[in-house]
Design a protein around this ligand. Sequence first.
Ligand SMILES: NC(=O)c1ccc[n+]([C@@H]2O[C@H](COP(=O)([O-])OP(=O)(O)OC[C@H]3O[C@@H](n4cnc5c(N)ncnc54)[C@H](O)[C@@H]3O)[C@@H](O)[C@H]2O)c1
Length: 370
Amino acid sequence: MAAHKLLLLPGDGIGPEVMAEVKRVIDFMNDRGFAQFAIEEALVGGCCYDAYGVAITEDTMANAKAADVILFGAVGGPKWDGVPYDQRPEAGLLRLRKELGLFANIRPAVCYPALADSSSLKREVVEGLDIIILRELTGGVYFGEPKTITDLGNGQKRAVDTQVYDTYEIERIARVGFELARKRRNKVTSTEKRNVMKTGVLWNEVVAQVHRREFPDVQLEHQLADACGMQLVRWPKQFDVIVCDNLFGDMLSDVAAMLTGSLGMLPSASLGEVDPKTAKNRALFEPVHGSAPDIAGKGVANPIAMIASFGMALRYSLGMGREADLVDQAIAAALAKGLRTADIKSDGTTVIGTAEMGTTIIGEMERLAT
Ligand SMILES: NC(=O)c1ccc[n+]([C@@H]2O[C@H](COP(=O)([O-])OP(=O)(O)OC[C@H]3O[C@@H](n4cnc5c(N)ncnc54)[C@H](O)[C@@H]3O)[C@@H](O)[C@H]2O)c1
């Protein structure tokens, strides 16, 4: 069995704490012969700045390009608020996204039955929810040029951001959406603002063309992004895969996040183009949450988002769907036992720490696998 090369970048704050639990899951899977994982680990973010004066080193970039999968914890914290802009902790993550061409950000919003009461919406609205927000990650208004603030000289300034999309950028994200939908409930909702934005007109047109040409078997609907936001909180179960540009995806994925109850529960994947020679694509998996400096070092962080991110790596990069199901089922089983980290506690449940949650999930994997 060839070893899968995993690069672990725990980062700052609670990053190393939640990554430690993933390492235990990986060790468990290696020991039990599920797969062979070869692990490398490196610094990223603030801790890397402290050690090397940069947010990510050239060596780590080279390792990231050679790895089958990158697992990223979280970066940042008040300690590095004053470092030069180019070396701020987030610069390490942005460089990885850019140089690896990670254009497709997959954020599942899954509401585990045991947590349905933690959502701000009614149980019947969110219970059993399982949708994906697919966000375009490398284009659009966050990167478009010109991007300026000009002093107009009359006491006024003018700020300009540019929303720009080329056909190929829309085609490739649409394809990821349709492919995902085919493996799920076969429905894609494409969102834009074609009523007021030219990029919305093109987005709508190109998604419809890709659908007609390559994925006529998948159900496609179009929604204006603002209407989609409203529908997400009204009846989220109507969706399967929602495809959005960078800006709308940023907002809609945060809305979807809150449907599920807690930030500590949400994994994500960022995928690059498939290499035609190897049929593999570069991929980075990370929890949606940040480095949570307020609870770092206390052993109370919820490791589920990080462990579920590893589950996504198994599913989307390593072709190990069965093992990914096992991880997801073990998480659900741990919650069903009434065990919770502090962020998701509710009446009648028992609060446990980061390592205990890891132990419980591994125990459930063991039980479910035998
Ligand atoms: N991708 C990343 O690395 C990333 C993403 C977001 C924020 N950040 C950085 O993280 C730092 C803190 O940012 P923030 O406070 O806005 O966001 P955050 O996600 O770190 O924390 C928000 C709140 O959620 C809680 N929380 C987050 N993850 C949790 C977990 N796994 N278990 C239990 N509770 C959890 C925190 O304790 C905090 O109260 C900042 O420096 C920010 O720049 C990094």
